[in-house]
Design a protein around this ligand. Structure first.
Ligand code: MN
Length: 249
């Protein structure tokens, strides 16, 4: 049985007078399918009991990209350059992340997803990289160039990390489309990848549990631009299969 992998959605507006839409970019869905998983889009839900029913049907959780996170989740006031927030999505993803960590369900965080992982476990974020971090890199350069496959900067990956073992390398170039970044690292997580300016580009759990987050967008690279990223999605799906078997046993 292929594992069911939840992908949490964002809210979008097409026309101001129409109800908003839940959804996410097709590249996330494609990356999960390509790796052998069954994607299930998770809408933002106000009622945690309803959310829990959906969560219980998942064999793994993919927290995907998106806008900024409300700084109240890590005890800060909003910075003047805080970007778009989606309170209902924050409210949905925080319990999802905490449940997955508490129960050992595989969790892959991408971009906003690695930030949600960190905040849900007690860490904090830079609310606005350009004004809060001394750097010459533009961590939204692939976005401003309107090219998801534009390799904006290198990342150095910790030798002794799951990420390095999946990718088979400790140095690669990646895209970069983020406005915020990990600041204080939450208990139970450790940094495993960095941009040349020191910005954290990857976090992992400190246990055997598959808890891996990257700041870049491998789902947009895995098909053509850098197929080495396929190994990350395959490793994630493999862990979801193992989790499924553990539950069924
Ligand atoms: Mn970056």
């Amino acid at each position: 049985m292929k594992p069911v992998i939840g992908i949490s959605c964002g809210s979008f507006h097409d026309k101001a007078w129409c109800p908003p839409i839940f959804g996410h970019r097709q590249t996330y869905v494609n990356a999960v399918v390509d790796a052998g998983g069954v994607p299930l889009l998770i809408p933002s839900l106000e009622d945690e009991r309803v959310l829990r029913v959906l969560y219980d049907r998942l064999d793994g959780l993919l927290l995907a990209g998106g806008g900024d996170i409300q700084p109240s989740y890590y005890g800060e006031q909003p910075h003047e350059r805080l970007g778009n927030i989606d309170p209902l999505r924050d409210q949905t993803e925080m319990p999802l992340a905490r449940w997955a960590v508490a129960e050992g369900k595989p969790l892959l965080g991408i971009c906003r997803g690695v930030q949600v992982m960190n905040v849900a476990l007690g860490g904090s974020l830079y609310q606005d990289i350009p004004t809060q971090v001394k750097t010459t890199l533009e961590h939204d350069e692939s976005y401003t160039r309107e090219d998801w496959t534009y390799m904006a900067h290198a990342i150095r990956i910790e030798e002794d990390s799951k990420l390095a073992s999946f990718l088979g390398t400790e140095l690669m170039s990646t895209n970069s489309l983020h406005h915020q970044a990990v600041k204080a690292i939450a208990p139970g997580l450790r940094p495993v990848a960095w941009a040349p300016d020191g910005i954290i580009e990857g976090l992992e759990g400190t246990t055997e549990h598959f808890l891996v987050g990257v700041q870049c967008h491998p789902e947009a690279l895995q098909k053509h631009a850098d197929p080495r990223w396929q190994a990350l999605f395959r490793a994630f799906v493999k862990e979801c299969v193992a989790w499924q078997h553990g539950v069924l046993a």
